[in-house]
Design a protein around this ligand. Sequence first.
Ligand code: ATP
Length: 488
Amino acid sequence: MPVDDDVGRGAQVVGERTGLHPAQRRYAYHPGFNGPAQVTGGPGTGRTVVALHRVRHLLRTGREGDPILLTTFTNAMAAALRDSLALLLGDADAHLLGRVDITTVDSLAARAVREARGDSPKPLSVAAEKSAWTRAAAREELPWTEQFLSQEFRNVVLAQGLRTPEEYLRCVRRGRGTQVGRVQRARLWRVMERFTADLASRDSATYTQLCDQAARILAEGAPRYRHVIVDEAQDLHPAQWRVLRACVADQADDMFLVGDPHQRIYDSRVSLRSLGVNVRGRTARLRLNYRSTEEILRWSASLLDGRPVGRLGEDDDDGGRDSLRGYRSQLHGRVPVARGHGSQDEELRALVEQVRTWIEQDGVKPSEVAVCARFNTLVDAVITRLRRERIPAVAVKDNPGPDVSGVRVATMHAMKGLEFRCVAVVGVTSAVLPFAPQVTPAETDPVQHQSDLLAEHCLLFVACTRARDALAISWSGERSPMLDPVAG
Ligand SMILES: Nc1ncnc2c1ncn2[C@@H]1O[C@H](COP(=O)(O)OP(=O)(O)OP(=O)(O)O)[C@@H](O)[C@H]1O
């Protein structure tokens, strides 16, 4: 199989055109789509590989000098895509690489704002945003929490690009499960105005605000790219889609999107049609997983417990549902192991044994083993413990290159897009999965509650589907209810 064996990367290069499955090849080497095209599929079905081949095809067949934008979700994934594309192009086509801008949408947005204004506001941390909402709401007795205010601003105002109180009064609050009348909307708007003015005075902004600003700036100028290729499309917010739409003219082969709605771990349900990205008649779904064994796939899929997952690029009003029907692997191996422990110390001791077995008995390189946890505190504890037991360990967030040895340790969010031969998911307790502060209470907003809960299930699904050959799940104390379908 013509696959390079760099570690911890999702976008490994499938060598020549003939290495692709016919379903992958049909889209990667399509002679020309009459508008945006989209490829979906479960984890490990090679969507990123298809995106890379599409870039190569467009580079080879397009006009010399036509710029291409290739975006993904994190800087680490952008770096991995850059390496993979360079490998795929090889020496013969290396000169074409300069035509491809590989970056995240947030970085692209920050760049556009900086170019227009001479600088760009400082992005706000989650904690700083919460305090800013508290300040904005301080003068009024409001019935809303900071979480509600932040979601209303992000999921209604910024999602729809609303500019005035009149627009907000008139808008349909898509995706929100609460009624907010005219008087309440007027109050909410005042709070949101105070929030934005406060941030502006501190020269700060949320990432979504930055994208909203960038989309307006870009829409006023000429399109910057001839083609836009989007990896991990399931997690982009409408403001990020507006940035992308503004970057490329509405024409043949303008946008090529790949994503998996089962891996949506951020709160973004989007109607692409309403944002001028209409993929109708140009969609394909991949079903063959090349990464994991069938045993890992089945096990991980049952974590979603049949929960309905909306289609990529459709919101609740579009109403479509995606499914993992027909999703399969031709690889076979051991059934994943799920085990509870009396204390965290015991759990970490068992983890050390498991990792040792993978490395010493199964002959797996340390860098092909990953351990992940919901939060950084446990990530740090795992690294300390492994090192104490003389097992080399490195944090994925420190971006270790492929030649750095050591077990990779990361949060579940940071596992997005990566893959490893063996994966241990630790600390899967009821306290962190689902993580209550992350899930809007049903009485505050029942729709948001369901969507937040689904994102928690998807997060565990993403973590487990990074494993190629072996998967071990553990917890200490009370097991997460999300494991009920698999752990009996
Ligand atoms: N046709 C193929 N032949 C052999 N291996 C393949 C093929 N297509 C993809 N792969 C391999 O399958 C693995 C998953 O591919 P890729 O990362 O592109 O999938 P993905 O759908 O983007 O996955 P995810 O979103 O879960 O990260 C990689 O190791 C890749 O090299």
